[in-house]
Write a protein that binds this ligand. Structure first.
Ligand code: UGA
Length: 433
């Protein structure tokens, strides 16, 4: 059955899921307050770099299933299902900033003109469904019934469209079984396993999942530090662990830690959520500390390889975004690493295929190239921060010729140490002998 859906917020979650709901046949209107963004979206110009998204938006707009507006009111009144997908950034004290969610819920309430299911897809603390319910009761102008449902989003940036069509699970948190069933029907075309639960569990599943992924990364990163001391190879350790189906092989890539908008924010929020109910979530604190430490250890490693100091050294930083195939720089490890190198007197230049727009603000004056060889030319060392395809596919002989000395410090374990040594590089990676 085709549903009339309004999606509030055209960030990663809202734009991608709205477009994908349109693609499977629903009638979707996406809303954002930002008029310029909506104008560009109407011309299929994307606000984010996300492979495959522009074509899908264009296709569904042309098919008449996907429209854009700046009016929450219009969108809500013409829809039966409203998805809230606005940002929930972290505040200074670690609490989740709920102002955008609350504002959206209030606007939905003010425009309630019939029964609606209000789905929350933003990552929100436990209790948000209940809070939304109270806000709607307080602010609705007409006495229409409604249901608040929680369906957290699990897509990853850079593979968001693929992920939406290949979901591991759809989690539906609802108090009313009829609303849960309708939301399940709406997701039917995605053919993913469905878990129906209460709203509190659903809200927590999102934090638990991201926290656990972060814990896997911090675990393997600590393991890499042990590996370096005992002469083991962390990639082999991870492979051996991952062959155990109970452990699984994904998210065991050691490196310079996790970044982005989600894992750093959600681990901190998880810690805070526990703290707010007087529970000390010890593992979570360690996960966060280890992640920060991993960035610092990488800088120390660069210093060590360059003879104890980076002062006056020309360093090519390869990759700026928090991971490849996204233009997102939020909490990217590159920020801490490059700032530390600059503070220690290094002369940093960078390669990134898409992050150029962020450079002036984050790294004023740092020369940044979309061609990795330009960044590498004349540098005393290349430092791998993000495993972009252009980095993986580097012509290493050319790299060697362009560097003043053949030194690569690899924060993402992209090359085989033996081969690098054979090519004549001083090659130091993470957790490998
Ligand atoms: C993450 C989750 O993976 C998604 O399931 C979730 O929906 C999303 O957050 C969200 O809450 O919206 P994302 O932030 O796009 O997705 O990025 P990931 O692919 O999870 O990568 C996060 C960071 O971990 C990156 O910096 C990556 O380089 C790092 N990472 C990942 C590692 O260092 N090692 C690994 O083995 C895997």
């Amino acid at each position: 059955m085709s549903e009339k859906i309004a999606v509030i917020g055209t960030g990663y979650v809202g734009l991608v899921s709205g477009t994908c709901f349109a693609d499977v046949g629903h009638q979707v209107v996406c809303v954002d307050r930002d008029a310029a963004k909506i104008e560009r979206l109407k011309q299929a110009i994307m606000p984010i770099y996300e492979p495959g998204l522009d074509e899908l938006v264009d296709k569904n707009m042309k098919a008449g299933r996907l429209t854009f507006t700046t009016s929450i009111g219009d969108a809500v009144r013409q829809s039966d299902i409203v998805i809230i997908a606005v940002g929930t950034p972290a505040m200074e004290n670690g609490d989740v900033d709920m102002s955008q969610v609350k504002a959206a819920v209030i606007e939905v309430a003010e425009n309630l003109n019939g029964y609606k299911i209000i789905i929350n897809k933003s990552t929100v603390p436990v209790g948000t469904a209940k809070l939304s319910e109270e806000l709607i009761r307080e602010h609705r102008k007409e006495e229409h019934p409604f249901d608040i449902v929680s369906t957290p989003e699990f897509l990853r940036e850079g593979t968001a469209v693929y992920d939406t069509f290949h979901l591991d699970r759809i989690v539906i948190g609802a108090d009313n079984p009829e609303a849960a069933e309708r939301v399940k029907q709406m997701h039917e075309p995605f053919q993913a396993p469905v878990l129906i639960t209460n709203r509190e569990s659903s809200e927590l599943i999102k934090y638990a999942s991201n926290s656990f992924l972060a814990a896997k990364i911090s675990f393997i990163n600590e393991m890499s530090n042990v590996c370096e001391k005992v002469g083991a190879d962390v990639t082999m350790v991870a492979q051996g662990m991952g062959m155990d189906k109970r452990i699984g092989k994904s998210f065991l890539n050691a490196g310079i830690g996790y970044g982005g908008f989600c894992l750093p924010k959600d681990t901190k929020a998880q810690l805070k959520i526990a703290e707010n109910v007087d529970y000390d979530f010890k593992i979570m604190r360690a996960v966060i500390d280890v992640n920060q430490q991993q960035r610092e250890l990488f800088v120390e490693k660069i210093e060590r390889v360059l003879g104890g100091s980076v002062a006056g050294k020309k360093i090519a930083a390869l990759g700026l975004t928090f991971k490849p195939d996204t233009d997102d720089m939020r909490d990217a490890p590159s920020i801490d690493v490059i700032h530390a190198l600059q503070e220690k007197g290094a002369d940093v230049r960078a390669f990134d295929p898409v992050a150029a727009g962020h450079v002036d603000k984050l790294f004023p004056g740092m020369p940044t190239y979309t061609d990795p060889y330009q960044a590498i030319e004349g540098a005393d060392a290349a430092v791998i921060i993000t495993e972009w395809a252009q980095v993986k596919e580097l012509d290493l002989n050319r790299v060697k010729a362009l560097l003043t000395q053949p030194v690569i410090i690899d924060g993402r374990n992209q090359f085989v140490p033996e081969q690098m040594r054979e090519l004549g590089f001083v090659y130091v990676s993470v957790g490998r002998p």
